[in-house]
Design a protein around this ligand. Structure first.
Ligand code: PLP
Length: 488
């Protein structure tokens, strides 16, 4: 049998290329019009579509039959996703650490995607390598990590934390090659991020992480840390790292970083600061001091896609001593062979091919500047305090703690309800707010009990917007509690 005829080469105008620039521009304009007209119709943070319905819409598409037409595909895309997406610019979106995004960063995305440089080596990026390096140096300078600092952009706080803990582990094992890794321990506050424990597991240290108790403000208790470090020494265990959190995910608590740095110095232990959330304070003239001590860390995580209002992904891991990055270095003959002095970033990263996410921060700093970002950070902190003040003295709303950054942990306490009733209402109130499409809030557990949470990262939202969500929750929760009481 003769082989089947090879298919004819499709037209090449689908590629980004100077000869097809007009087609590229027309397609992007079509997309831009579609996006802007969609934006104009948005009336709330979500429409309340159910998972079953969202799944059904996607499953109905036959991926083996292309539409051959961008306009038709955009209409279909709207049906499967965009029409019901969650909008982070909406003032009643207040769930997780998702931020509305800055337009200078969106401008950068256009160039990042089309030019498509890869940040692993100089010969795939040229100036981009130095843009990223300049931003790493600039951020490390704001942190105060000193003249030998370095770092690299990552996909997010989770990857930054993983890399930092890998460096800490490998420093410990390099110093003492005979050390049994099973004796390594990582100390993090009991409110620290789950990516710390997950990283330890990925690093082959499933039992290494110990939770250190927090004080009344939910900051790591340095006295408890000191006791734990002494106990580990007495047991012959090795604290390979202390992880301080600058902005816990639920309470925004900032661990006493200077105290942690003192203890780490005394015990010769790596200090990693997870500033995924609180890193925005680096831009704040007013509140930068709240991170005092962070400059004494061995490594720091900063998530630009949280409190720097950048689109996902944009994060960095920074280190005080650039030589520590050698623990992730691998020499590949085709990419960064030993003995060449071409600048590369791949030797500092867990990734190989890597987006030029740094350009988003670059254009943000070059167009609006860090002070503007810092003022936005200040305004969401103020917003959380204003809402907390307004809630004070309202018996049907309960706050778990005063705000520290821009989260509030709260719940509805209908008249005559017990704490258990209030816990039971949490998932139902949250779901009811989403179902009606009117507001999105998060939920969490505090000491085993359920609470609602708002995370305020939108400088365009007002206290009235947020209080409106809380008022709706009170109406819903009160009705649910009354209906239940009647049934009982
Ligand atoms: C969000 C967050 C992380 C994880 O960051 P990603 O960018 O989502 O991977 C880690 N630590 C803290 C404290 C966070 O708030």
């Amino acid at each position: 049998m003769p082989p089947p005829p090879s298919p004819a080469l499709p037209p090449l105008h689908h590629f980004f290329h100077p000869a097809h620039a007009h087609k590229y521009a027309a397609t992007v304009r079509l997309g831009l019009d579609h996006l802007v007209s969609t934006l104009g119709r948005v009336t709330g943070p979500a429409t309340g579509r159910t998972p079953e319905d969202a799944d059904r819409r996607v499953a109905a598409v036959d991926l083996d039959h292309p539409l051959g037409d961008a306009a038709a595909a955009l209409e279909e895309m709207s049906r499967v996703w965009l029409d019901d997406t969650v909008w982070f610019h909406e003032p009643r979106y207040a769930a997780h650490l998702n931020c509305p995004v800055l337009v200078p960063a969106l401008l950068a995305e256009l160039f990042i995607a089309a030019v498509n440089p890869s940040l692993d080596t100089f010969d795939q990026s040229v100036g981009a390598t130095f843009v990223e390096r300049a931003l790493v140096d600039w951020t490390a300078g704001r942190v105060g990590l000193g003249p030998r600092a370095d770092g690299v952009f990552t996909s997010g706080g989770s990857q930054s934390n993983l890399q930092a803990l890998q460096l800490a582990r490998d420093r410990a094992l390099t110093r003492d090659p005979g050390l049994d890794p099973a004796r390594l321990r990582v100390l993090v506050s009991q409110d620290g991020h789950f990516s710390v424990a997950k990283s330890a597991r990925l690093l082959g240290l499933p039992d290494a992480v110990l939770g250190v108790p927090v004080d009344a403000d939910r900051r790591m208790d340095p006295a408890a840390l000191a006791r734990t470090l002494d106990q580990l020494r007495d047991l012959g265990l090795v604290p390979m790292a202390v992880v301080g959190t600058a902005g816990t995910t639920d309470f925004g608590a900032i661990d006493p970083l200077a105290d942690l740095a003192d203890l780490c110095a005394r015990h010769d232990t790596w200090l990693h600061v997870d500033a995924s959330y609180g890193g925005g304070l680096l831009a704040s003239r007013r509140d930068r001091h709240r991170l005092d001590g962070v400059g004494r860390a061995d490594s720091v995580t900063v998530d630009f896609h949280k409190t720097w209002f950048q689109p996902v992904s944009a994060s960095a891991v920074l280190v005080r001593e650039r030589d520590d990055l050698r623990h992730v270095t691998w020499h590949a003959d085709y990419l960064n062979p030993r003995g060449t002095d071409r600048p590369d970033q791949v030797g500092k990263s867990l990734q190989t091919t890597r987006r030029f996410d740094a350009l988003k921060l670059w254009l943000t700093l070059r167009i609006i500047g860090a002070d503007t970002v810092g003022a936005y950070v200040d305004s969401v902190t103020d917003l959380a305090h204003d809402v907390a003040d307004a809630v004070e003295g309202r018996p049907e709303l309960e706050l778990a703690a005063p705000p520290q950054l821009s989260t509030l942990v709260w719940r509805v306490r209908p008249r005559g309800s017990t704490p258990e009733d209030a816990s039971a209402l949490v998932p139902r109130v949250r779901q009811a707010l989403y179902d009606r499409g009117g507001a999105m809030v998060a939920a969490t557990k505090v000491d085993g009990a359920a609470w609602l949470k708002v995370t305020l990262l939108n400088p365009m939202a007002t206290a009235d917007d947020v209080l409106g969500i809380l008022d709706d929750a009170v109406v819903l929760g009160t009705r649910m509690h009354r209906d239940r009481a009647e049934v009982a």
